[in-house]
Design a binder for this molecule. Structure first.
Ligand code: C2G
Length: 446
């Protein structure tokens, strides 16, 4: 008798899970399915498993492929299970290729091809809340999205769009999703859109995605003109669609904890905010060569402006840019100074000059300091006049952190509470206005 084992969360059981179990079973005679506990999924960094363990087990049972169901509770359990149940084959989806090669010492390891497309008919029939997302753009940022989206329940990455066939196919093959070079076909296949294309194309793609009735999550900076941001938010609202700007710091739990502390008067009235983020980039990179849309502020400005707007508001009286330019005229280091009726702020960023990445919030009673990488907040300290009085706080930050914004985007679409307060439309509009002012100051306005 050939015994097979496979593991998974099997949340909101869909076609992909069903086909995986079917093919696993067909490899032999007896299939054992390990279903993960909520606690184990938490440690694995899965964010929002929807179905209870009991429901997930029931759903696996209903497929009729499992001869036995066990519970997976801990990291490292697979090795023991394989020996205990005398397993011949360990099977798992190809999105895990290579990850379980260490089990080859104990049994055969088979990676079964992941199901690319989950059909809309099946989702409708089952009244499933799963949303199919498509990515526009095939760059580095788009790459980060897929493993993070995998850890958010209720979303399936369906395909990628790039007008250039070669780029679309290369990306799709790597991530085992479908490639689209025709925008209409792409919109047909998805419910939501994640835009990670070059900055200057955001406006056009957001508009067309909204026209096609798709909710949109767009990478920062969403648009580079105040009027465009206002127009797009108004249009999304009119169509009843969610439009999110993806500044990941805005959705990360540690940053929220920090804002909560700062805004509740812990350090008194906030009078000064200083945010600095630098990241050295090679001279030949797009970020340091694109004469119109490159440079430090375009790349990192959204991060450093965010805490300022969150803590001092959007009603600044003065805004000044000071830049240091590289040989090609692009800013390699930029400082933005803001004056408010009751406070001041500086936002500093650089791609060609290194500095200490830090967020400092000064108030009338004390100050809060967050060291780099504060944009992925995990730890901060509150200091007072008495130097011995220091409060320390920490918060988890999982993986690349994109999963938090994906999860908030999804729950807002599904109407499970609104996360729009984390980055309001008004804040996105103001950010677009600051980008516009920067473009004008740099005479890049075309
Ligand atoms: N799967 C698939 N096609 C999809 C989605 C998932 O073939 N479109 C497969 C996965 O590759 C996995 C199984 O279905 O083999 C269960 O997927 P999940 O519920 O997402 O569980 P996962 O996180 O992959 O658990 O110990 C747990 C395991 O390591 C994997």
């Amino acid at each position: 008798m050939v015994k097979i084992i496979t593991y998974g969360t099997f949340d909101l059981l869909h076609e992909g899970h069903y086909r995986l179990l079917q093919r696993a079973k067909s490899l032999g005679d007896y299939l054992i399915v390990g279903v993960t506990t909520e606690a184990y999924d938490k440690t694995r960094g899965k964010l929002n498993v929807v179905d209870s363990l009991v429901t997930r087990i029931e759903n696996v049972k209903k497929t009729g492929f499992a001869d036995e169901i066990i519970i997976e509770e801990t990291q490292g359990q697979k090795v023991n299970d394989i020996q205990k149940y005398k397993i011949d084959i360990f099977a798992i989806g190809s999105d895990w290729t290579g990850e379980f090669d260490y089990l080859k010492d104990y049994c055969r390891v088979v990676y079964l091809e992941r199901t690319k497309n989950i059909s809309s008919t099946m989702l409708r029939e089952k009244n499933s809340p799963i949303q199919r997302i498509g990515i526009i753009g095939t760059g580095r940022i788009a790459e980060r999205f897929i493993p993070e989206a995998k850890l958010v329940s209720g979303i399936n990455t369906q395909g990628v769009y790039n007008p250039h066939t070669e780029s679309a196919v290369r990306f799709a093959d790597k991530w085992e999703i479908s490639a689209y070079t025709d925008l209409e076909e792409f919109y047909e296949a998805v419910d939501l859109v994640y835009i990670a294309s070059p900055h200057e194309t955001h406006y056009g793609y957001i508009k067309s995605a909204l026209e096609h009735g798709k909710h949109v999550l767009c990478e920062k900076p969403m648009v580079l003109k105040r009027k465009e941001a206002e127009e797009l938010f108004a249009y999304a609202r009119e169509k009843g669609l969610v439009l999110f700007e993806g500044i990941k710091t805005a959705y990360c739990p540690g940053f929220h904890k920090l804002l909560g502390f700062a805004s509740s008067g812990t350090v008194g009235a906030i009078k000064n905010v200083e945010a600095c983020f630098t990241k050295l980039e090679g001279k030949e990179t797009r970020e340091l060569t694109d004469r119109v849309y490159g440079g430090s502020f375009m790349e990192l400005g959204s991060y450093v402006m965010l805490p300022i707007f969150k803590l001092l508001g959007r009603e600044f009286e003065e805004l000044r840019f000071d830049t240091i330019k590289g040989e090609n005229g692009l800013d390699i280091f930029t400082r933005v100074s803001l004056r408010y009726p009751a406070g001041i702020a500086t936002a500093t960023c650089g791609l060609g000059v290194k500095s200490e990445g830090r967020l400092l919030i000064s108030g009338t009673k004390g100050y809060i300091v967050v060291e780099a990488p504060w944009w992925k907040t995990t730890y901060f300290e509150v200091h007072y006049e008495n130097t011995r009085e220091v409060e320390k706080y920490s918060e988890r930050f999982l993986g690349d952190g994109l999963r938090y914004e994906i999860s908030d985007f999804l729950s807002t679409i599904n109407g499970i509470g609104s996360s729009e307060f984390k980055l309001t439309r008004g804040e996105s509009v103001t950010l677009a206005g600051v980008m516009e002012a920067f473009m004008r100051a740099e005479e890049r306005d075309r």
